[in-house]
Design a protein around this ligand. Structure first.
Ligand SMILES: CCCCCCCC/C=C\CCCCCCCC(=O)SCCNC(=O)CCNC(=O)[C@H](O)C(C)(C)COP(=O)(O)OP(=O)(O)OC[C@H]1O[C@@H](n2cnc3c(N)ncnc32)[C@H](O)[C@@H]1OP(=O)(O)O
Length: 201
C-alpha cells in the first residue's frame, strides 16, 4: 500500500521535482515586475472583484517566474474569534501560487497543496505573500510560497509547496456548471483572458 505522500507519483515524494525537471521559463510577453496581474475571473474567490466575501487578492508580477501579493483578512474570513480560518489562508496561498502560471502563459490547476501554519493571523492583518515556480516537468509545475505578517519583511505566518498540472480550456468548459461557463464565454474580458493563454509561448 502506498503512503499518503507518495501515492500519486509512483513512489517519489510528490512535491520533489523529478530528475528530468527543467527550470521554469518566463513567457516573453509576461508583464514587467511590479505590474498588477488583475483577476483571471471576476467571480474567483481568490482574486475576483465581484465576489463580496472573496479574498480580493492583489497579485503583482515579480522577477523570473515569481509573484508577490497582499491579502487583508476581513471578518468574513474568521475561523476562531478574531483569527483567520486556515482554509482561507490556504486559499490565499493557492491563488498566489496559481497566478505563477500566468507568467508562463499556461493554464494549470492545483493538483497538490501542502500548507504549514506557523503563526495565527488576526483579522485586519495583511498577509504579504510571495511565490515562485521552482521547476517544470511536462505538464507539472512545482512551486513554493510564503506569507508574512507585520510587513513584507515580517515573520513568516504561512507557507506552502504545491504541484500544478497544465490543462486545456476544456477542463473548465467540460466540468464547470453550464450557466457560469455560458456567462464567462459571453464576457469579452473573460474571452480575452482565455485567448491570451491560447496563444501560448
Ligand atoms: C470561457 C470559459 C473558460 C474559462 C477559463 C478561465 C481560464 C482561467 C485561468 C486560470 C484558472 C486557474 C484557476 C486558479 C485557481 C487557483 C488554483 C486552484 O485552486 S485550481 C482548483 C483546484 N484543483 C482542481 O480542481 C484540480 C482537480 N484535479 C484534476 O482536474 C485532475 O486530477 C488533474 C488535472 C490535476 C490531473 O489529472 P489528469 O488526468 O489531467 O492528469 P494525471 O495524469 O492524473 O496527472 C498528471 C501528472 O500530475 C501528477 N499528479 C496529479 N495529481 C497529483 C497529486 N495530487 N499529487 C502528486 N502528483 C499529481 C500525476 O502523477 C501525473 O504525473 P506523471 O505525468 O505521471 O509524472
Amino acid at each position: 500500500m502506498s503512503s499518503a505522500t507518495t501515492s500519486a507519483s509512483g513512489g517519489r515524494p510528490v512535491l520533489a521535482p523529478p530528475p528530468d525537471a527543467t527550470e521554469p521559463v518566463r513567457h516573453p510577453d509576461a508583464p514587467a515586475p511590479g505590474t498588477p496581474l488583475g483577476p483571471h475571473y471576476d467571480q474567483c474567490f481568490g482574486c475576483g472583484d465581484d465576489q463580496p466575501y472573496g479574498l480580493h487578492l492583489a497579485v503583482r508580477a515579480g522577477e523570473g517566474v515569481g509573484v508577490t501579493a497582499e491579502f487583508t483578512v476581513r471578518p468574513a474570513h474568521q475561523g476562531a474569534p478574531g483569527l483567520a480560518h486556515g482554509g482561507v489562508l490556504a486559499s490565499a496561498l493557492d491563488e498566489t501560487l496559481g497566478s505563477l502560471n500566468w507568467l508562463r502563459r499556461v493554464i494549470a490547476v492545483t493538483g497538490r497543496l501542502e500548507s504549514d501554519f506557523l503563526r495565527p493571523v488576526p483579522v485586519g492583518a495583511t498577509l504579504h505573500l510571495s511565490a515562485r515556480c521552482t521547476a517544470v516537468a511536462g505538464r507539472k509545475m512545482y512551486a513554493s510560497a510564503e506569507g508574512r505578517i507585520g510587513g513584507p519583511q515580517g515573520p513568516v505566518a504561512v507557507r506552502a509547496q504545491a504541484l500544478f498540472v497544465e490543462v486545456g480550456v476544456s477542463h473548465f468548459t467540460s466540468n464547470g456548471r453550464p450557466e457560469e461557463i455560458r456567462a464567462a464565454m459571453s464576457d469579452p474580458d473573460q474571452v480575452k483572458v482565455v485567448r491570451a493563454f491560447e496563444v501560448g509561448p
